[in-house]
Design a protein around this ligand. Structure first.
Ligand code: ATP
Ligand code: MG
Length: 339
């Protein structure tokens, strides 16, 4: 479990002070995959560096597994750091060591016996699917394979927390997907608490349960991934999560309205994605419904369908239809209307 309270980080330089973290609060329960998304310079890496005690916070508290790491002595801090595994964007592998030796490195630092190192590294190689690359050097590996080595190395000393800072940002979409699947599998297998830092919405959508949106050193929005996905509150969250393929502009749809109609966006979430609400509404309220755009996707393991529909009919019948959708628990938003 990670708790961050009122975390402030100010970098002091000759010319001016830069406030990278401005009162960040977070709570990540054990075993959860928590995502932090933000644009470049938002303060994501500063947050990671404070949590992993690479950087000292200016003020605020960080509790890991109940221990306040902001108050530990240097010696105790070294022990606390063992509890945190880190995965980086650029892998940070030792190029003159083999895959085996890279994964063994943290174990050597902690003076683990040779026989234990051999069995632990073999176990990790199997976990990340790289047993056949055991004696290869990093230069001969693909980006995805290098990141698998990075993940195995980060897990070597059995941390309770894994922090991934842009772990898939240097990888193509397919490799990204395979690395994210691996992280999810590891999370399930060993109940690892994971903090995933990214600027890519697809990473959050694929593996996170909760998400915090960061801007200018602050968390400006936080929630379950499905909730933030279907109903983002802030402009930044909207820009990350809104489906760019669904044209949601009022101007576009108000131009094609046929008279006496509403254009609405309807979200079908989880179980309700299979019920025939559209045909029910047509029969029940004697309206016409035209489907203008739509898609279906999986977000944090939940099926979310989105339809942009035009409901045509009398004002009253349209209102009955929208009330029906709402009463059935569908999330609905009027994009344009000409009544
Ligand atoms: N060591 C440092 N000294 C001075 N300023 C810093 C330092 N590290 C980061 N900053 C500044 O703090 C702010 C936040 O930087 P940070 O690296 O945490 O952002 P980020 O969200 O990780 O960005 P990116 O997505 O580009 O990695 C930026 O304005 C950055 O210039
Ligand atoms: Mg960063």
């Amino acid at each position: 479990m990670i708790i961050v309270k009122d975390l402030v980080k100010i970098y002091k330089s000759k010319d001016k002070d830069i406030c990278a973290l401005d009162g960040v609060c977070l709570e990540i329960p054990k075993g959860q995959i928590f995502g932090v998304i933000g644009l470049s310079g938002a303060g994501k890496s500063s947050l990671v560096r404070c949590i992993s005690s690479i950087e000292k916070p200016t003020s605020g508290e960080i509790l890991i597994g109940g221990k306040n790491i902001s108050k530990l002595s240097e010696k105790k801090l070294r022990t606390a750091r063992k509890n945190i595994g880190m995965v980086f964007q650029h892998f940070n592998l030792l190029m003159n060591r083999t895959v085996f030796e890279n994964i063994a490195f943290p174990l050597e630092i902690h003076h683990i016996s040779r026989s234990e190192i051999t069995s632990r590294v073999d176990e990790l190689l199997e976990l990340v699917g790289l047993t056949d690359k055991k004696n290869s050097y990093p230069a001969t590996l693909s980006g995805g394979q290098k990141q698998r080595v990075g993940i195995a190395r980060s897990l070597a000393i059995r941390p309770e927390i894994l922090i991934c800072d842009e772990a898939t940002s240097a990888l193509d979409p397919l490799t990204t997907h395979s690395i994210l699947s691996l992280l999810k599998e590891i999370n399930k297998k060993i109940q690892l608490t994971m903090l995933v830092i990214t600027h890519e919405m697809s990473v959050i959508k694929d593996i996170c349960e909760r998400v915090a949106v960061m801007e200018s050193g602050k968390i400006i929005e936080e929630g379950n991934v499905t909730d933030v996905f279907v109903k983002p509150k802030t402009a930044l969250a909207k820009s990350f999560f809104e489906d760019k393929n669904l044209l949601l502009s009022h101007d576009i749809y108000s131009g094609i309205l046929t008279g006496n109609s509403y254009v609405v966006k309807v979200n079908f979430i989880g179980d309700n994605s299979v019920d025939p609400y559209i045909s029910n509404a047509i029969k029940k309220f004697d309206v016409d419904i035209a489907i203008l755009a739509g898609n279906i996707q999986q977000v944090a393991g939940t099926i979310i369908g989105t339809l942009i529909i035009e409901i045509r009919g009398s004002g009253e019948k349209i209102k009955d239809t929208t009330s029906y959708f709402t009463s059935e628990g569908l999330l609905m938003e009027v994009v344009a209307n000409d009544i």
